[in-house]
Design a protein around this ligand. Structure first.
Ligand code: PEP
Length: 268
């Protein structure tokens, strides 16, 4: 089974020089044999640098087994237009990205991202042939009041809406989604806090996510679901042991080659 370990660098590192040093560290550690070819083919690695470093990172990763991704794309246009501050799907493809993260909780919190804008972003991504890692997850208050499933169901409505778009027929959406949609379940309260849900809780939530999407699109193979939220070199093995957890979206621990690749090794 194919697993995924994705590094979300967020607004890090501070300079191009530090980006290059981190990249060299990751590539050199892999080249030194940390992941053999069986491991590499089992676990797909991906790095999502900030937009300004995307071209640098993508170009360094060419001819390696690691993919690059944007952290977001514009909702307004898949190509060009008068949208100051935005970066289109076409532009991130041109910078070398094969995927984009969408709907990260920090974007939902600081940029009021809603299902409406995420639907537009998904359409833009898929129409430019890039994959989307759609992040969903409940806040601490929602977790405490046992609303996780309700919140997730509401956030997954965007996939239902996508399947209802006229674009669906044009894109052979079923085939496209099989190849180009990943869900990242990231409880907001676990991101960057060191707190994690139990593996049993994550597994049950992932099973629910897979079933819910299968309800919208019964002909699709089960969707890939990653866990994100304080995954590190010490706890990765326990998440990797669950058949419901197809990989990890990693923030803080992706900023050091050693911890990022230890997580990759756990999912290999
Ligand atoms: C994230 O922001 O996607 C994330 C999972 O962060 P961290 O690993 O630092 O909790």
């Amino acid at each position: 089974m194919q697993t995924w370990v994705i590094g979300n660098w967020k607004q890090n590192p501070a300079t191009k020089r530090e980006v290059e040093a981190l990249l060299e560290d990751i590539v050199a550690t892999i080249d030194s044999g940390l992941l053999d070819s069986d491991h590499k083919s089992r676990c797909q690695l991906m790095l999502a640098p900030s937009c300004i470093h995307l071209a640098t990172v993508s170009s360094r990763l060419q001819n390696t087994s690691i993919l690059s991704a944007a952290q977001d794309i514009s909702a307004h246009s898949a190509t060009v237009g008068a949208y100051t501050g935005d970066c289109s799907a076409q532009q991130v493809v041109d910078a070398g990205a094969a995927w984009t993260i969408l709907g990260h909780s920090e974007r939902r919190q600081y940029h009021q991202e809603s299902n409406d804008s995420l639907l537009q972003k998904l359409i833009c991504a898929l129409s430019q042939n890039i994959g989307a890692v759609l992040c969903i997850g409940e806040t601490q208050a929602q977790y405490d009041s046992e609303q996780t499933i309700e919140v997730i169901n509401e956030q997954l409505q965007v996939i239902k809406s996508l399947l209802e778009q006229p674009l669906s027929q044009q894109l052979d959406l079923k085939h496209t989604l099989t190849e180009r949609l990943i869900i990242a379940y990231e409880p907001v309260w676990a991101i960057g806090t060191g707190k994690v849900p139990t593996v049993a809780e994550v597994s049950a939530t992932h099973e629910h996510i897979k079933q819910e999407i299968a309800r919208f699109a019964p002909d699709l193979p089960l969707v890939t679901v990653l866990y994100g939220g304080s995954v590190n070199a010490n706890n990765a093995d326990s998440f990797a042991a669950s058949s419901m957890i197809d990989g990890a979206l990693v923030g803080g621990a992706s900023l050091k080659a050693e911890s990022f690749l230890a997580i990759a090794a756990a999912f290999s």
